[in-house]
Design a protein around this ligand. Structure first.
Ligand code: GLU
Length: 547
């Protein structure tokens, strides 16, 4: 055992004792049922959809119970840190209305960034060293690799434990000699000897009772002494932070289940109450015939940025996510689903599949419930960030945009579903706007389906000569019918099919000429509604461009 003077000499002299932090971060005054939850994103890249998934669950459970939800930036792996990641988290949470109750400068249990908590961890590490529940380890990389190789050769579990743990029982003199020589060290946990053949069990709020071998490894608690600041490993940081932030429900990814035995040992060694755990299954993706984890490296849709940049309405994504968390909510209507409670007991143990087609459908359904003005505002906000040209057009042409959006939307039973995400706007509605529309000038354009260019030209010229905008759709379409008849088109497709050589086409082909001339596309919303929204001068300009 190292004497106290030696242990204390390794730390700043003004380092507080744990009692100081206990007092600084007192238990929260809250009802017994209140849950304090947290998300611990690492700023090593943009937020993963799985992060949003777990955040949704955390925030819902905390708020509904009258507790608090906090975000703690877990930046102890400074080498992997990506600049701007924290700002991106904030932006993503704001987009989805998932702002934490405590984070950054907000809240009494901060700092909420681990690199700013180095002192706190050190207090607890020093305490463990003073009590001989931790020790200094000077093992080199090569020595560690040699231990692993021997363990593999002997077919025993790999790790730094028992008699394999070179520095577990080192004498104070050996330690002092290394320190005097300035050799860097890590601090390891001294696993209690009785752990060797123990099994531990605990109750997971999603999975029920779980049983595991006790942890035997003398885990590293504090990383190398030659780093500044000296930061803890995840394991120590989790235990200290969740204790001091008075978190009472840890919801995290299932990849941490196997660390629970170690975490329980650490809670016990530090004299902390253990915290309830809920381990969430990962989001999956169908990849050919098999399923795998949704991966930021392989799948663009794994990144939350993708949803923001593509312009998914937050409500649609949240509705989808909530349905994945609790199947009961998948078929619940929008108005109820976003307010309905999430329950840990209904979270699956197997990871749910993320199905983009399903999400797009949900999104289209959601957009169909919005008023034209709501759609306009949302598209404009999105375009302001991601499509400057469209933003300018919308600012200039608000009335036209509202007329365009209301085509087959306002006052109809089955509103159009051509807008799933805000970036669809350009394709679905861009043709309404002069600045975004290229008139079709060539009568032999392939969009006319191979009609004789002379016929296309003649139809267009006659249309321009006599066009009237009338309110009644039938009467409006009557003009096209008359023009078609005048230029020898069959009255209907059936007649045309019976004798294809007698006609240039049927009324359908004739109408397509005007659809393509007015909208630039062979598919469009109701042409009369489009023509009304555009106004007569613009309709004439477009059809008149065909020469
Ligand atoms: N920083 C950890 C991660 O990114 C958080 C795990 C936890 O929630 O405890 O996986």
């Amino acid at each position: 055992m190292l004497d106290r003077t030696l242990v204390d000499s390794l730390f700043p002299t003004d380092l507080p004792d744990p009692a100081f932090w206990e007092e600084r971060y007192p238990p929260r005054q809250q009802p017994a049922e209140a849950k304090v939850t947290r998300l611990g994103p690492s700023p090593t890249g943009s937020l993963h959809l799985g992060g949003l998934y777990v955040a949704t669950l955390n925030a819902d459970i905390a708020r509904r119970s009258g507790g608090a939800y906090l975000v703690r930036v877990e930046d102890t792996d400074q080498a992997r840190e990506v600049e701007g990641a924290v700002e991106q988290f904030d932006r993503a949470f704001a987009y989805f209305g998932l702002q934490p109750d405590e984070h950054g400068e907000t809240g009494s249990y901060g700092p909420y960034t681990q690199s700013q908590r180095a002192m706190i961890y050190q207090s607890y590490v020093r305490e463990l060293l003073r009590r001989d529940q931790a020790y200094l380890c000077f093992a080199t990389k090569d020595e560690l690799a040699a231990i692993t190789a021997q363990q593999q050769a002997q077919k025993v579990p790999t790790g730094y434990y028992g008699t394999w743990a070179l520095w577990r029982n080192a004498s104070a003199e050996e330690v002092r000699a290394k320190l005097d020589a300035g050799v860097p060290y890590v601090v390891r946990f001294r696993t209690p000897a009785e752990a060797a053949n123990q099994r531990v069990h605990f109750v997971d709020a999603i999975r029920g009772r779980l049983e595991h071998e006790a942890s035997r490894n003398d885990a590293v608690l504090l990383k190398s002494s030659d780093q500044d600041p000296r930061l803890p490993t995840y394991h120590l940081a989790h235990v200290v932070d969740d204790h001091l932030m008075r978190v009472n429900l840890v919801i995290r990814g299932e990849e941490w289940i196997s660390s629970v035995p170690l975490h329980l040992q650490l809670f016990a060694a530090l004299g902390f109450e253990p915290i309830e755990y809920a381990h969430v299954a990962p989001l999956m993706k169908q990849d050919g015939g098999s399923k795998r984890k949704l991966s930021k490296r392989k799948d663009p849709e794994a990144s939350v940025d993708y949803y923001i940049e593509t312009g998914f309405p937050a409500e649609a994504v949240l509705h989808y996510i909530r349905g994945l968390l609790n199947g009961r909510l998948a078929d619940t209507p929008f108005t109820e689903a976003l307010d309905a409670p999430l329950r840990l007991s209904e979270c699956g143990v197997a990871g749910p599949l993320v199905d983009m087609v399903k999400l797009m459908d949900i999104s289209a359904d959601y957009v169909a419930t919005l008023s034209g003005a709501e759609v306009f505002d949302a598209v404009r906000t999105w375009a302001g960030e991601y499509d400057a040209e469209l933003a300018t057009v919308l600012a200039k042409e608000r009335d036209l945009a509202l007329r365009a959006i209301s085509v087959e939307r306002d006052g109809v039973d089955n509103p159009r579903k051509d807008l799933r995400v805000w970036s669809d706007f350009r394709t679905a509605y861009g043709f309404f706007f002069d600045d975004l529309f290229q008139p079709v000038t060539d009568p032999s354009d392939e969009r006319f389906g191979g009609l004789d260019p002379a016929v296309v030209r003649a139809l267009a010229a006659d249309f321009v000569a006599g066009y009237q905008l009338v309110d009644d759709p039938q009467e409006w379409f009557g003009q096209i019918r008359e023009l078609a008849a005048k230029h020898g088109f069959a009255k209907n497709p059936k007649e045309y099919k019976k004798n294809p050589d007698a006609y240039p086409g049927s009324i359908r082909e004739a109408a397509q000429v005007f659809r393509v001339a007015i909208t630039g596309s062979t598919r469009s919303p109701d042409l009369h509604a489009v023509a009304s929204a555009l106004g007569t001068p613009e309709v004439l300009r477009r059809v008149g461009s065909l020469r």
